[in-house]
Design a protein around this ligand. Sequence first.
Ligand code: COA
Length: 201
Amino acid sequence: MRTRFCNGYRSTMPEISIPRPPLTDGVVTLRLWRAADVPQRLAGYTDPQFERFSLPSAGELTEARVRAQLEHDERERLLGTKVGLAIVDAADDDRVWGGCSLYDIDLEHRRAGVGYWLAAHARGRGAATRTVGLLAQWAFAGLGLARLELTCSPENIASQRVAERAGFVREGILRSHIRFGDERRDSVLFSLLPEDSRGTE
Ligand SMILES: CC(C)(COP(=O)(O)OP(=O)(O)OC[C@H]1O[C@@H](n2cnc3c(N)ncnc32)[C@H](O)[C@@H]1OP(=O)(O)O)[C@@H](O)C(=O)NCCC(=O)NCCS
């Protein structure tokens, strides 16, 4: 069992504890996924912008496969390697706006990756920037991380704007960084350190 940071204290608990009450800024709330969210998550995953920029899953997505993904996410949370959260309307937490995660969590080197997506109906209102701000505050103050990394396609201008608005610093291009279907793609790498973080806007 590895030593972990939890709410600023060293802990021997293997899993990443989810903040209670959930992270919120009064506009977006980040909470654990629920079984009832499956149709909304599936709809988000079959959106053209999501399919263009988010890593494709093998085979056709169905509600059963999305349910299996939720179970997989929970196993990763218990292992301490990833936390996946639903982005929901703070005024109605049944209304899913999108999803986000801290992934590749490495507590030895105190860093993690940040990922996010929004349903089409939730875009254009700064919800992703708010989400990244909330995740960053929790990652630094709650989990004791010292570096967050954000990667996206060089063609994903909206995602790069989210990174910049959340205070991330552009570090450069990672050549041939990911396998995307049958091709390989470059990524833009951004990072955020606690001293860069501006929090939510
Ligand atoms: C990336 C994403 C989360 C951004 O959502 P959002 O918070 O609604 O972002 P916005 O629509 O407010 O756009 C953010 C910025 O990008 C700009 N933008 C959005 N779409 C753009 C486009 N196609 N071309 C150029 N600029 C664009 C906006 O004008 C805004 O700029 P501003 O900060 O100067 O006002 C959303 O587009 C999405 O879910 N995309 C599909 C999945 C995805 O790409 N996930 C990220 C993988 S790394």
